[in-house]
Design a binder for this molecule. Sequence first.
Ligand SMILES: NC(=O)c1ccc[n+]([C@@H]2O[C@H](COP(=O)([O-])OP(=O)(O)OC[C@H]3O[C@@H](n4cnc5c(N)ncnc54)[C@H](OP(=O)(O)O)[C@@H]3O)[C@@H](O)[C@H]2O)c1
Length: 344
Amino acid sequence: MEVENRYVAVRHHVEGSPSESDFELITAATPVRWTPESGEVLVKNLYLSVDPYQLNRMKRHSASHLAVDVIVPGERIAAYGAGEVVASGCAEYEAGDIVAGVLAWEDYTLFRPSPAVLMSKVDASDDFPLSYHIGVLGTSGMTAYGGFYEVCKPKKGETVFVSAASGSVGSLVGQFAKLHGCYVVGCAGTQAKVDLLKDKLGFDDAFNYREEPDLKAALKRRFPDGIDIYFENVGGEMLEAALANMNAYGRVAVCGVIAEYTDPGRRAVPDLLEVVYKRITLRGFFAYDYITRFHEFVGIIGGWIREGKIQVVEDVSNGLESVPSAFAALFRGENVGKKLVKLA
Ligand SMILES: NC(=O)c1ccc[n+]([C@@H]2O[C@H](COP(=O)([O-])OP(=O)(O)OC[C@H]3O[C@@H](n4cnc5c(N)ncnc54)[C@H](OP(=O)(O)O)[C@@H]3O)[C@@H](O)[C@H]2O)c1
């Protein structure tokens, strides 16, 4: 049997903020073979992730310093996701298995299991919603856990600032910091998100950065005694303002700089003398740095969810055709929590 497969591709390289018109939904010229060849596994995709880093891959000249492949217009776009194995030519997988890992923005994905392919089976006894395996129990959880605990090395009582705090990674980092006994302030781009951070996610304080453009002063007001840890998701002037308010021996986990993805003109110009005098550590990291500890991290986070210590915030769009708008929404600040697309 053969079935039609549709996928989302970029029409051209994307510079600046993405919009829906940068994408097209393509019906693949070759239908999916229902009988995979030996060593192949066919997955019907059920949930797909949209992630800010994908924009960097859509730019014309992005790959040199980013250690990721450039996405070619018209071709499939790899993305984290979850799905059901519908046919398998490989002993490790059988029809009906639920998997989470690197799939693509398409209806069906054919993959060849290998140590280089990030894919794991979701335990049949698992009682979490499948969507959790893409966000909180997937790469967002691994990013937040690795970035906060391994990079920031927090101590109880320290002060923590999180930018893009209502997003997928930020909402988890802030909650981890509270669980760890830290004082936590987050920023986000709407009052509704600020209310969520304070009222539902337990942040000590939060503010709308769009309404307080003097970011240095906004942070000074929230951290009169300085910031010990800054979890950096935004870049630009947010980083400059945070550095100006850091304490001696402060740590900055540079997770991402989303404001700079759409506007390279907003690149941060950090005051490095500030870094020198205060002995600040700035450290970038990748979620995949912690891949060998993935199960350990998500096991801990899963336990916290069960105990009611972590609230999971998701924002789900429906249908493969909604992938472009779901992706563009990330850069307009329209998502709250982990942005996902549900296919079936
Ligand atoms: N190092 C890694 O391995 C790794 C892994 C995953 C993610 N990341 C990075 O972590 C950051 C957050 O990713 P995520 O997946 O959790 O996305 P997310 O926070 O769920 O969504 C993006 C959010 O960023 C904020 N934003 C967008 N444009 C902005 C701008 N110009 N200025 C300030 N804020 C802006 C928006 O919220 P508000 O404007 O309302 O705050 C938006 O909702 C990104 O920088 C991403 O690249 C890194």
